[in-house]
Design a protein around this ligand. Structure first.
Ligand code: TYD
Length: 140
């Protein structure tokens, strides 16, 4: 499974860095929603779900965390710690975010408004939805 990443040019000078993300130019969908996680507690994990339609790009704008992506057949586990890099999370991808360091801010650009019906919260149901053989969810 290949993880797609987007590079956002940092405009740095003696004052520090600035990154701009523009609709239709920087990522492959219209951004309809932006949300972010902060004050994440040590030892917790988030996510544990997939989306039927929603596409997202994750940017760890401060700190560091890990992202486990699972398409039902393969898994990839990466560190997110670059404020100038977006990681594409396609629809039908099981995701777990964990190992947040104190002060981490994880920004999410999303292709749709918040739709609770779009979520798949059950791993076995997710595997069935993507047509994969049953197997256990990864432990983090
Ligand atoms: P949740 O789905 O549990 O977060 P995660 O996927 O990181 O585990 O979301 C936490 C709460 O925030 C939950 O009550 C739903 C709410 N929420 C919104 O109201 N709007 C949103 O766009 C999102 C992503 C979550």
């Amino acid at each position: 499974m290949k993880i797609e990443k987007f590079f956002f040019e940092p405009h740095g000078d003696y004052r520090g860095q600035l990154v701009a993300i523009e609709n239709e130019k920087s990522i492959p969908f219209d951004i309809k929603r932006v949300y972010y996680m902060y004050d994440t507690k040590g030892g917790i994990s988030r996510g544990h779900h997939a989306h039927r339609n929603l596409k997202q790009v994750l940017v760890c704008v401060a700190g560091s965390c890990r992202l486990l992506l699972d398409d039902g057949k393969e898994r990839e586990d990466i560190v997110l710690n670059r404020p100038f890099e977006g990681v594409y999370v396609d629809n039908c991808m099981w995701r777990i975010m964990y190992d947040f360091t104190p002060g981490t801010v994880l920004l999410v650009l999303a292709s749709e408004l918040y739709e609770p019906e779009d979520y798949i919260y059950d791993y076995a149901e997710f595997l069935k939805y993507v047509g994969a053989e049953p197997h256990p969810e990864a432990e983090v």
